[in-house]
Design a protein around this ligand. Structure first.
Ligand code: FAD
Ligand code: FES
Length: 261
């Protein structure tokens, strides 16, 4: 059973409007891998639950984690005010993450991140590059020219950008970029808003390829105890004996056919 640890803030900065990058020194994240997340506790009262945030990068001998998040409400607002040398409670790494064996077997894996689904793609690109020596293609979808993290991918990935307003790269979303560039992936890993994930599932079914998508659900415990994060699945789950899976423990990464209607 994982225990909360006290993490030290090494650096926090605003990357672009309301999107923050937070580096934390943690005790030991040796077993952490891409697609996993942490619960970070904004504090101030025991009724403030942890907030699930994906691992964007794990570095410094697996003792430094980077979280990139959007200020969405009270919890992330408090987190955005953490200053260097302050401490914060963290639980993790949590969840299943992306399966590196599957990613390594793919010849032309394509990673897709939309909006605040972009951060987990960074560690995934680094992991795929580390195991295969190949730079995966990464499609990043933004609203407008206020890009964030795109430059961080350059060492380990080939980056293609789409913006909804067409101010940078392809006009449209990551699927529009996939079509414009005539790309033919044999596997997709993705994180982003639900309409984007549905479009990826449809494409994967039509093209007869696998798509591993990271789901977002509201979470309370993050460790499988409260059932607050269940999602409908195509198959019966061993734990609940119904067509459900807990996003925090069986996920957040699922093969798209397993979870989306
Ligand atoms: C596995 C996972 C990974 C995530 N990774 C990131 C990330 O890397 N960057 C990022 O910006 N956001 C990420 N999110 C979304 C992030 O957790 C929410 O934006 C955040 O919890 C909002 O908290 P809040 O207190 O600011 O907002 P409020 O809306 O005030 O939150 C109130 C409560 O609802 C829960 N909640 C609200 N929105 C969400 C949501 N979308 N998903 C889950 N719980 C929610 C909060 O945990 C809290 O308990 C992730 C969510 C999940 C499930
Ligand atoms: S958040 Fe409690 S079971 Fe998933």
């Amino acid at each position: 059973m994982k225990k909360k640890i006290t993490a030290k803030v090494l650096k926090q900065e605003e990357l672009t409007n309301g999107i923050y990058s937070l580096y934390l020194e943690v005790e030991d994240f040796a077993d952490a891998h891409s697609g996993q997340f942490v619960m970070i506790y904004p504090g101030a009262g025991e009724n403030l639950l942890g907030r699930p945030i994906s691992l964007c990068e794990v570095s410094g001998d697996r003792r430094i984690i980077r979280l990139v998040y959007r200020v969405a409400g009270a919890g992330t607002y408090r987190i955005s005010h953490l200053k260097e040398k302050e401490t914060v409670q963290v639980l993790g790494p949590l969840g299943n993450g992306y399966d590196m064996e599957i990613a390594d077997k793919a010849q032309t894996p394509i990673l897709m991140g939309g909006g605040i689904g972009i951060p987990p793609m960074l560690q995934l690109a680094k992991d795929i590059y580390a195991v295969s020596g190949r730079k995966p293609i990464v499609l990043l979808g933004y609203r407008d020219r206020n890009l964030f993290l795109a430059d961080c991918f350059e060492e380990t990935a080939q980056v293609i950008i789409a913006t909804e307003d067409g101010s940078v790269g392809t006009k449209g979303n990551v699927m529009d970029a996939l079509r414009e560039k005539a790309l033919n992936p044999d596997m997709i890993c993705a994180c982003g808003p639900m309409p984007m994930l549905r479009a990826i599932k449809n494409y994967a079914v039509e093209s007869d390829i696998k798509a591993y998508i990271s789901l977002e659900e509201r979470m309370a415990c993050g460790v499988g105890a409260c059932l607050g994060c269940v999602t409908k699945t195509a198959h019966i789950d061993d734990h609940s004996k119904v067509n459900n899976a807990r996003v925090c423990t069986e996920g957040p990464v699922f093969e798209a056919r397993e979870v989306l209607p």
